[in-house]
Design a binder for this molecule. Structure first.
Ligand SMILES: Cc1cc2nc3c(=O)[nH]c(=O)nc-3n(C[C@H](O)[C@H](O)[C@H](O)COP(=O)(O)OP(=O)(O)OC[C@H]3O[C@@H](n4cnc5c(N)ncnc54)[C@H](O)[C@@H]3O)c2cc1C
Ligand SMILES: Cc1cc2nc3c(=O)[nH]c(=O)nc-3n(C[C@H](O)[C@H](O)[C@H](O)COP(=O)(O)O)c2cc1C
Length: 791
């Protein structure tokens, strides 16, 4: 490897872990380089407590610079357990692999390494203005931390987005040496306090206290924090109050402040990481909530990637592009996990009704990175205990537990959600509908719901959607249900809808979008607002039309019952007619059907009440909602809860919690399970069973959602189009053969996973002595004098 020719002189702003590690690595790779690090603080200035790493990061550090690794690993506190202390009890999950050390020791090791390598680190020296540095050096690395001045200097290139969150937290240390990563969740009359604590030496632990904004205020911290104190001083009154409130966890030990004040976490994102020859690194470029312990790790990984790119790429331009291309996806993935984790802690009050086992599992799986499957692999006994508390028996994955919905017993927790086929030019269910529903009914899910079916001709979304407003349609659905019943007893549902302003489009093309029909039909909506600039203008519905909509839903529900469906789902989401009455973005009416939420709810509740009156008692009635519009001014979380409570009051048996598709300018944060927090919100607020849906594709994720109590059922859409036998295959892969996964009798011979090409390749023994498996539980126990340090 040779360095890019144009990086002979490098300036680094900031001697945090990111800046120092980068300087050391870049110098090692090209000893002729001149590297100068500017640091405004003195080397002895204490700036933090303990830094915690996972095994994965350590592997990278070990390989990149074995000397740094040897120096820091000699000082590591190591352990494998996570303790969750909640409601007076403790649950422990093992097998995780952590190493921590004093943040100042990390900086000291990096500082010494820089000195050895002849990197010049100028302490007590604020960096010169960045444009001057950029003119005098080939490359300026801005590792100047979360409040980066460099980032602020070039906003048009970096396009920063600073998202300040509302929880308050405070970094503290304690001389109580915790034995494991410890989450403390304590309930008080003012709300919840949570603590993230971990040991980092023989004598100290980090102890971060955090509270949601309202709990923080009610606890009186706001008043304490408002007292005047000089910059750098700690808010000692708050520290004392924390020590009192958490005395039960400190066992007589002290809380040790260091410039400790209540702060709010800011998630930093930048659309670009470079401005000409200036590049951002570490917290300056991105931050990740401390609850996943990744700030220092990301900074070190950035340093490694940037130093490598400078040597691997032929020019500075290409090196900076390669650095950003390599790091951005990793950072964004970590930020997604961090976002899920911080939101989990912000809304912790939703879960404090849970039992300790489920709560602990919920906490551990909060970022979606840790799942049922990997917790089981790390510590089977922990997951067995949670399984048992969930009412199951060890060895039965949560998705294969039955659920009673109304009078209906579902054999497992997997739902095939409505998946329209757009194959009905004549409004009758098609041969393809029959094939698809049969395939899904045979595929093992506990419930299969037929796609959107219009309650009237003008309620169709496309000119290839089926309906249920005529006798021939009812007869065709009856035949379809009978045909599926002939081969499967899986319960069948149907989704009824009026597409409202989303109607009269062509069936979606390969890009998933259906354009407006040239010759459509009149569209009905709460207000005359088209879906987008290309769409037809809908009519504002009058009272007579609204009454007709209600009557159409009730009539279609009666037909669905006669056709033999076990379950009915009403489409109150995705911008269809009833959804557009609920959302303030699409409902601008000023009569009794618009304005305040109670008015916007009026038509949906009239429809639900009319349907409930005719839909047979005992057969479950589901309602699908969009719990967020993903657009400013749209349905809020509080409104989503109020809507769901009202739907529960009007007779919904369960809520299918989707989001979005209400307005064309939506910006959903797509990602694995991204809608699931809404199912959890609704479940906690209404007590009704909920269906989680959206980018849940693996059985492992399904199990995690269910066991954490985020939802009662999991709907898997596209993954069951990919593999209609998704549920049965999940059972086969996990060796589950119980009643939750029933193979069709004629297919029984295929109920085991077929052997792959490696089946007859038998691995020889390669070790003379097998290494004993690592113990599941390892707790931090500081070495006593005379102990030999561990590797
Ligand atoms: C109070 C506090 C405690 C923390 N404790 C922990 C912890 O225990 N464990 C953990 O993993 N993470 C902790 N973090 C987060 C962690 O500090 C960061 O994620 C990590 O240090 C990022 O490394 P960095 O090198 O990008 O930035 P930083 O470590 O923030 O380093 C930036 C450096 O740049 C210097 N600087 C800024 N501007 C200039 C300038 N104009 N001229 C010269 N120098 C400048 C700063 O003085 C600083 O030393 C803590 C953060 C805070 C605020
Ligand atoms: C081909 C297709 C058709 C769909 N049809 C409907 C529908 O008729 N009604 C509805 O509410 N959602 C419909 N959806 C949305 C799904 O029910 C589900 O909410 C969505 O696909 C997210 O789940 P997934 O990520 O598991 O696929 C459809 C999705 C797809 C891919």
């Amino acid at each position: 490897m040779s360095p890019a020719p144009d990086t002979a002189r490098i300036a680094v702003i900031g001697a945090g872990p990111g800046g120092l590690y980068f300087a050391a690595l870049a110098k090692q790779l090209a000893p002729d380089r001149e590297i100068t690090v500017f640091e405004r603080d003195a080397p002895e200035d204490e700036t933090g407590f303990g830094v915690v790493f996972s095994d994965e990061t350590l592997d990278g550090i070990a390989r990149a610079d074995p000397r740094v690794f040897a120096a820091i690993s000699a000082e590591f506190a190591r352990w494998s357990d996570i303790d969750v202390r909640y409601a007076g009890e403790v649950r422990t999950s093992g097998g995780h692999g952590f190493a921590a050390l004093d943040r100042n020791r990390l900086r000291a090791v990096l500082r010494e390494r820089c000195a050895e390598l002849a990197v010049e680190v100028r302490y007590r020296t604020p960096a010169p203005p960045v444009d001057r540095l950029a003119a005098g050096y080939d490359l300026v690395v801005a590792a100047d931390g979360i409040r980066s001045g460099t980032r602020a200097a070039y906003p048009e290139s970096f396009r920063p987005d600073l998202d300040e969150r509302h929880c308050r937290y405070m970094w503290l240390a304690t001389d109580k040496v915790f034995e494991a990563f410890t989450f403390i969740v304590e309930r008080y009359d003012f709300g919840v306090l949570q603590v993230h604590a971990y040991p980092y030496s023989a004598t100290r632990s980090t102890f971060i206290v955090e509270a949601a904004a309202d709990a923080w205020r009610r606890a009186g911290f706001e008043a304490l924090a408002a007292r005047e104190s000089a910059r750098g001083e700690s808010d000692l009154a708050s520290v004392r109050r924390c020590a009192e409130l958490l005395a039960g966890h400190l066992d007589g030990h002290r809380l040790i402040p260091n410039a400790s004040r209540w702060i709010r976490f800011t998630t930093v994102r930048n659309a670009g990481w470079r401005h000409r020859n200036v590049v951002l690194l570490g917290d300056a470029a991105h931050s990740a909530h401390f609850s996943i312990g990744s700030g220092t790790k990301l900074a070190l990984e950035d340093a490694l990637a940037l130093a490598a790119a400078l040597s691997e790429q032929p020019s500075l331009d290409e090196a900076l592009a390669a650095y950003e291309a390599e790091r951005r996806p990793v950072v964004e993935s970590t930020q997604r996990a961090a976002q899920a984790s911080l939101e989990w802690f912000e809304t912790i009050g939703r879960r404090t009704g849970q039992g300790v086992d489920q709560f602990a599992f919920n906490l551990l799986t909060r970022s979606r990175r840790v799942t049922y499957g990997n917790l089981r692999a790390r510590d089977p006994a922990f997951v067995d205990a949670v399984d048992t508390a969930f009412g199951g028996s060890p060895g039965v994955p949560p998705m294969f537990r039955p659920l009673k919905l109304g009078a209906l017993e579902l054999r497992n927790r997997v739902v095939v959600p409505p998946l329209a086929t757009f194959t009905s030019p004549d409004t009758l269910p098609s041969g393809f509908d029959r094939a698809q529903l049969t395939a899904h009914a045979l595929g093992g899910a506990g419930l299969v719901i037929a796609g959107m079916t219009a309650v009237g001709p003008e309620g169709r979304a496309t000119d290839r959607c089926p309906g249920l407003w005529t006798d021939p349609q009812e007869a065709a659905w009856r035949q379809l249900v009978d045909a599926v019943r002939a081969v499967s007893d899986t319960p069948l549902g149907i989704q009824l809808t009026h597409a409202g302003r989303r109607g009269a489009t062509a069936a979606p093309g390969p890009d998933g979008v259906g354009r407006p029909l040239a010759e459509g039909w009149p569209l009905l909506a709460p207000s005359a607002i088209p879906w987008d600039a290309d769409s037809a203008l809908p009519h504002e519905a009058n009272d007579i039309q609204l009454a007709a909509v209600t009557a159409d839903f009730a009539a279609a529900a009666e037909r669905a019952a006669r056709a033999g469906f076990d379950v009915l789902e009403l489409q109150f989401g995705h911008g269809h007619l009833l959804s557009s009455f609920l959302s303030p973005l699409t409902n601008r009416r000023t009569d009794g059907y618009g304005g305040p939420l109670a008015h916007r709810l009026r038509l949906p509740l009239e429809v639900l009440t009319a349907v409930r009156a005719v839909w047979p008692t005992g057969r479950p009635l589901l309602v699908r909602i969009s719990a967020s519009d993903w657009a400013p001014g749209g349905t809020t979380e509080e409104e989503a809860v109020a809507i769901c409570r009202a739907l529960a009051g009007a007779g919904a048996d369960a809520l299918d919690v989707s989001t979005g598709e209400v307005v064309a300018h939506q910006r959903p944060p797509y990602g694995r399970g991204y809608q699931t927090p809404f199912a959890e919100l609704v479940r906690a607020a209404t007590g009704l069973p909920t269906v989680a849906v959206g980018a849940i594709s693996s059985s492992d994720d399904a199990d995690s959602v269910l066991l954490a109590g985020r939802a009662d059922l999991v709907a898997v859409g596209r993954a069951q189009l990919y593999d209609p036998l998704w549920t049965l295959h999940a059972a086969a892969e996990r060796g589950y053969t119980g009643p939750g996964a029933r193979w069709p009798e004629p297919w029984r011979a295929g109920s085991r996973r077929p052997p792959g090409p490696s089946a007859d390749r038998v691995a020889p023994r390669l070790h003379l002595l097998r290494e004993p498996p690592a113990p599941v539980h390892r707790r931090w126990s500081p070495p006593r004098p005379g102990d030999t340090p561990e590797e």
